[in-house]
Design a protein around this ligand. Structure first.
Ligand code: MG
Length: 237
């Protein structure tokens, strides 16, 4: 059990992408590397400058309640759309390149976990907290967690591509809470996205923690950490 003020926590749930795991070395670097291999010289800086195009597509999906990770077909269609829009924005129109990009970003060997993950999980589980994952991800997240040696930490794994429910739907959070046998009030949720992680977790009564690894949300009003190393301390451990 962990205590902040009068709050007593029994479980901590985590988002996966950009919270626990990331494309290796980074999304822009991997994207630039794929393009270079295919004969297009677009540097990671350009990818970083234009990546808001991808975020805009995510925002549209959220605003229109488009579920894109709940089946492999929807996921594939969504990502083809995202990569197609992004490549067009970069001025690249090449048959087959979208598929090459999609395959690279669904290849588990192109993912890694952040260095602060294992020490934080060890500390939290050592303090008796139940740990879980609630993620909008394809079903292969199970195998990625296995590859990274993280599965033993997470007694509860709720993955949109397996469950057919997707954040910010409150039901995906409730499912995780129910499986862990805890209440929302005794649960912490850690994620990197205000709209998909923080707001919906707070709405179901969990204690939300924003992980802001790149310092994009310094003015946020709620609990915010920039590394998982800060999480045990935040929870009073
Ligand atoms: Mg994320």
């Amino acid at each position: 059990m962990a205590i902040i003020g009068q709050m007593r926590f029994e479980a901590v749930f985590f988002d996966a992408g950009e919270t626990l795991v990331h494309p290796h070395p980074t999304f822009p670097d991997l994207f630039a590397e794929i393009l270079r291999r295919e004969g297009h010289d677009v540097g990671p800086e350009t990818i970083r400058e234009r990546i808001h195009v991808v975020f805009d597509r995510f925002k549209l999906a959220a605003d229109t309640n488009e579920l894109w990770t709940t089946t492999p077909e929807k996921s594939r269609r969504f990502w083809y759309d995202v990569y197609g829009i992004f490549l067009a924005d970069l001025g690249i129109a090449e048959e087959g390149l979208i598929d090459t990009v999609y395959r690279a970003f669904t290849d588990r060997s192109n993912y890694a976990m952040f260095d602060d993950v294992v020490p934080a999980l060890e500390k939290l589980s050592g303090a008796g907290l139940k740990l879980g994952v609630v993620s909008n991800f394809e079903e292969w997240l199970e195998r990625l967690l296995d590859d990274l040696g993280l599965t033993p930490f997470f007694g509860v794994r709720v993955i949109s591509g397996v469950e057919g429910l997707e954040k910010p739907d409150p039901r995906i959070f409730r499912l995780a809470i129910e499986r862990a046998g805890v209440t929302a009030e005794a649960s912490v949720y850690v994620g990197d996205n205000p709209e998909f992680d923080v707001e919906p977790a707070a709405a179901v009564g969990m204690f939300p923690v924003l992980i802001d690894r790149r310092g994009r949300f310094a003015d946020t009003s709620g609990a915010r950490i920039t590394s998982l190393g800060e999480l045990p301390g935040l929870l009073g451990l």
